[in-house]
Design a protein around this ligand. Structure first.
Ligand SMILES: [Fe+2]
Length: 178
């Protein structure tokens, strides 16, 4: 209860929230929905941080292979950007609010901001590692959706795993790695 809110307003709001939760009758319990949404919050925050860094490195990457790196990163940030909406809207479909704003994402994500002064190999190596971090976050979320029988979330997580594993492969190959 916030200090601006009196006891009656708090009770009204709590009652409304309980009624809304009961009204959402999709075969998932309220706890399953909040647990899945919490795991998706982390997926969304890591995905957003990776999107921001990939877009920034698309701008700031420099070197003799500039054009191919610039285009590679453009393809990746556009794909990542399009996925953010699907992840956030899945959280809403589960009856929870999606996190928004730099502070909220900063608290949820373990990815660090990019450094525009880095050379191209540093940038690509960092994006490779960050894609791998997102992949691990997706894998952490998968059993929570699976155990609840939430196939819609599991399907979304599978699609994101495929996308980030492909991004990570292309970044590894750019560095001359397997
Ligand atoms: Fe651009």
């Amino acid at each position: 209860m916030s200090c601006q809110e009196d006891g009656h307003a708090y009770l009204r709001r709590a009652t409304r929230e309980i009624m809304m939760a009961a009204a959402l009758n999709t075969g998932l319990t309220a706890k399953q929905r909040t647990d899945i949404a919490a795991s998706l919050n982390k997926v969304l925050a890591d995905s957003y941080a990776l999107y921001l860094k990939t877009h920034g490195y698309h701008w700031n990457v420099r070197g003799p292979n500039f054009q191919s790196l610039h285009v590679l990163l453009e393809g990746q940030y556009q794909e990542e950007w399009a996925a953010l909406d699907a992840i956030a809207e899945r959280i809403r479909a589960l009856g929870e609010l999606a996190p928004q704003g730099y502070a909220a994402f900063g608290n949820l994500s373990s990815l660090k901001d990019g450094d525009p002064e880095q050379d191209w190999e540093g940038m690509i190596g960092e994006l490779k590692a960050d894609n791998e971090t997102v992949i691990r976050t997706l894998r952490d979320a998968m059993p929570i959706a699976d155990e609840a029988g939430d196939e819609a979330t599991a399907d979304l997580l599978t699609q994101r795993l495929q996308a980030h594993e492909k991004h990570a492969w292309m970044l590894r190959s750019t560095l001359g790695l397997k």
